[in-house]
Structure formats: structure tokens, C-alpha cells
Design a binder for this molecule. Structure first.
Ligand code: ZN
Length: 211
């Protein structure tokens, strides 16, 4: 079922994964990589989706997820808190790569917004912790959760030692995700896996052990 609409681009390096999702009227790219192999592969695939509106939805502002944004002509969406974080090269981490950039957002989104691709909806869940404006995206129809850097397969969790990160918020966010009915986990880094709730429960256990 997941292959019908969601195309994963899994990174082999430090840049993030990217996911392309096709609706009847619009295409969404969830995170755009860092301008490397992932970004280029998405760009190549996109040529077969001509004529539809393009939404670029960033799970958070870190450059390994966002530097690819300017490769595409689309509406850049970030959580309203993250849109402010994204302007600061210390928070978006571009200063670490000796290329400070200030990232712009076209449309600020908030918790419980529904991004409508035309008959296909992505629900926005504000999940602070890795950064203060991090989000996860959820497709109820396909039972897919896009977790960004909030958590990863086998209980991996996003770092909370970068600016605006907070372990306690991360734990609250992870526990909130328990209420979702999802099977597939599409993380910001690492492979797509099934039985997503098992991976979420492991992440909660590991996060709590760090308090
Ligand atoms: Zn990150």
C-alpha cells in the first residue's frame, strides 16, 4: 500500500532521507536532503509529476533536511516556531558547515493542520524535543508516520543537545505519538520499517533511560 503514493529516497550518507508523496492535485516532498545524492534523485523523479502544485514540508530546520529546498520551486512549509529557528544559522546548524544560511518559509503550519494534496491528507503533529518546532507527519489512510529526527528505527532518538533541543519535551512528544495507529515508520535517517509502534516504544524506553 505504501508504494502506491509514497516514494522513499533513503540516504546513504549524512544528509536526510526524503519522501515524495503524490496526491490528486499536489505533490509533497518531506525534507529535501542537503543538496547531495538524495536531493538529485528527488529532482529526477519529480520530472514525471509535471503540472501539479509542489509543497516542500520540512520536519525541522536542520540543514541536512533543508539545504535541498532551493533546488525546487515549491511552497516551503515549516512549523510556525521552526520558521523562526530556520532564520538563524546557529539553530539550523549551517554554521557547522562553514556556510551560514538563513532559511525562509513560505507558509507557517501548526499542530493538527491537515496538508491537503487532493484526496490525500498529511496531519501535522508538533513534536518538540529535537528542536522546538519539529513536526511529525501522519497519513491515517496509509498508516504511515514520517518522524523526521524525533525518533528512528530500533529506538533511536533525535539529539537534544543542539540549540532549542530538550529531552523532556522529546519524551512528551514520543508519548503523544502512542495514540496514533501507524504501521510504517518513515524516519529522517535510516530505513523505512514496519511495525512502527514497536520502534516507538523502544525509543520511549531509551529516551527515559537518559533522564
Ligand atoms: Zn536534525
Amino acid at each position: 500500500m505504501i508504494r502506491r503514493r509514497v516514494i522513499p529516497f533513503i540516504s546513504r550518507g549524512t544528509e536526510s532521507n526524503s519522501y515524495l508523496i503524490e496526491g490528486e492535485e499536489a505533490i509533497a516532498i518531506i525534507d529535501t536532503g542537503m543538496g547531495g545524492e538524495v536531493t538529485l534523485k528527488v529532482k529526477r523523479s519529480l520530472s514525471s509529476f509535471q503540472g501539479k502544485e509542489l509543497f516542500i514540508v520540512n520536519t525541522h530546520c536542520h540543514v541536512d533536511h533543508t539545504r535541498g529546498n532551493n533546488t525546487f520551486k515549491g511552497v516551503v512549509m515549516m512549523h510556525e516556531i521552526e520558521a523562526k529557528n530556520a532564520l538563524d544559522p546557529r539553530v539550523n546548524l549551517s554554521y557547522l558547515f562553514d556556510e551560514p544560511i538563513s532559511l525562509k518559509t513560505d507558509k507557517e503550519i501548526k499542530d493538527e493542520d491537515e496538508i491537503d494534496l487532493g484526496g490525500y491528507f498529511l496531519r501535522v503533529l508538533h513534536t518538540p524535543g529535537h528542536t522546538s518546532g519539529s513536526i511529525c507527519l501522519y497519513s491515517e489512510e496509509d498508516k504511515v508516520l514520517f518522524s523526521g529526527d524525533t525518533f528512528f528505527p530500533e529506538g533511536g532518538i533525535g539529539r537534544t543537545d543542539f540549540p532549542t533541543g530538550d529531552l523532556y519535551s522529546l519524551i512528551d512528544s514520543l508519548e503523544r505519538l502512542l495514540s496514533l495507529d501507524f504501521e510504517y515508520l518513515c524516519p529522517g535517517h535510516g530505513p523505512v520499517v514496519r511495525n512502527g509502534r514497536r520502534h516507538l516504544n523502544l525509543a520511549i524506553e531509551i529516551a527515559k533511560s537518559l533522564i
